[in-house]
Design a protein around this ligand. Structure first.
Ligand SMILES: Nc1nc2c(ncn2[C@@H]2O[C@H](COP(=O)(O)OP(=O)(O)OP(=O)(O)O)[C@@H](O)[C@H]2O)c(=O)[nH]1
Ligand SMILES: [Zn+2]
Length: 337
């Protein structure tokens, strides 16, 4: 990326609260809002900035809140499904390169859970790492590490203890300057403790951020994207904390429509479209009333929405990337930066 002479237009989102953002610029944190057009064009929450996003700003010279003009294409996004009237997908963090799955070495290894975590990380486009915390409390931490390595095929596995600080250097060696990392894992495994150790400071102190809002008021809020003294950043958002639920019990689409996926397995043809085929288990379940039509319709609707969102996302990423960069450079010329 070359933003020579134009650095103030490029920023990174470090906090989001109810549609208000704090972005880190080369001249410090600023309050930010999205441009009106973004609201019209937004298809879902995916189309709004999220913590970790690189964005292009407008109106940086004014004292008011800056406007987020563009979200640069995302390298990856960590998402979670939000239960509500309809299933929505919330972005927990973007542009994450590495995910540290933190598991307590004190507990017996839960292979299935670890596999689900690994799959979830890969699904989200980041590289997983496994950290066994509380190594000081484990009976045989080396054994746990070896067992995990058998499941994780080449994924680095670390033993870490906050008591002795053993393992910290090894973990830091795996974090590069351009990395954006997040930590996931069950409550109480020691994620905050590890983050604090990596930061060598209290997050409460380093995390506070003061930014100016529209009326010149200063707002103090939490920085959710934290700079590591050794390079790289850690994202720690409230959503990160709830992510474990999604990895721990299977709330995926097929999970929540278990009855329907069971029917699919009973169709005569493996590639059944469930429209006209003979021996279709869905059609016969609809006919004999064991599957309610409304439930089938909501399944189809969700399928269409997900497919549409995905198509939209993919097509846009491909074509918009070029367009965005072009726009940015044109703007730069126009503004005589
Ligand atoms: N003995 C020992 N205790 C640890 C270690 N790491 C964390 N703890 C303790 O475990 C407890 C939970 O640690 P946290 O860092 O708050 O855990 P967390 O994963 O951030 O928990 P949530 O915020 O609920 O998600 C605290 O009392 C820590 O002091 C460790 O390596 N060894
Ligand atoms: Zn069928």
């Amino acid at each position: 990326m070359n933003f020579t002479g134009n650095e103030e237009l490029l920023a990174r989102v470090i906090n989001e609260q109810k549609g208000r953002y704090i972005v880190e610029t080369t001249t410090g944190p600023r309050s930010a809002l999205v441009k009106g057009k973004m609201h019209y064009e937004a298809f879902s929450r995916m189309d709004y900035p999220a913590v970790g996003d690189w964005v292009i700003l407008r109106d940086v010279a004014t004292t008011d809140e800056v406007i987020i003009d563009e979200i640069l294409p995302r390298y990856s996004k960590i998402t979670r499904k939000v239960a509500g009237l309809k299933t929505d997908v919330q972005i927990v963090a973007t542009n994450v390169t590495k995910v540290f799955i933190v598991v307590s070495a004190e507990e017996p290894l839960n292979a299935r859970k670890l596999e689900r975590y690994l799959a979830a990380v890969w699904d989200n486009g980041a590289s997983p790492f496994i950290v066994f915390s509380k190594a000081d409390l484990a009976e045989n931490s080396e054994q746990i590490k070896q067992d995990a390595e058998l499941i994780a095929f080449g994924v680095p596995v670390f033993l870490w203890s906050a008591e002795t600080m053993d393992g910290k250097e090894e973990i830091l060696e795996h974090i590069d300057t351009e990395d954006t990392i997040v930590l996931i894992g069950s409550s109480g495994v020691g994620k905050s403790t590890l983050i604090n150790a990596l930061l060598e400071a209290d997050i409460q102190k380093t995390g506070a951020v003061r930014a100016e809002d529209k009326r010149g008021r200063h707002t103090t809020t939490h920085r959710e994207l934290l700079l590591l003294p050794t390079g790289g950043v850690i994202i720690d958002t409230p959503g990160m904390r709830e992510l474990q639920l999604w990895a721990e019990d299977d709330q995926s689409l097929s999970g929540s429509f278990n009855d329907i996926s069971t029917l699919f397995e009973q169709c005569r043809f493996a590639d059944c479209s469930h429209k006209t085929e003979p021996g279709c288990a869905v059609l016969s379940a609809l006919e004999n009333g064991t599957l309610e039509n409304s439930r089938w319709q909501s399944y189809l609707k969700l399928q269409r929405e997900l497919a549409y969102a995905e198509r939209k996302q993919n097509a846009r990423l491909a074509s918009e990337e070029k367009k965005r960069w072009k726009k940015v450079t044109q703007k730069r010329k126009k503004d005589k930066y």
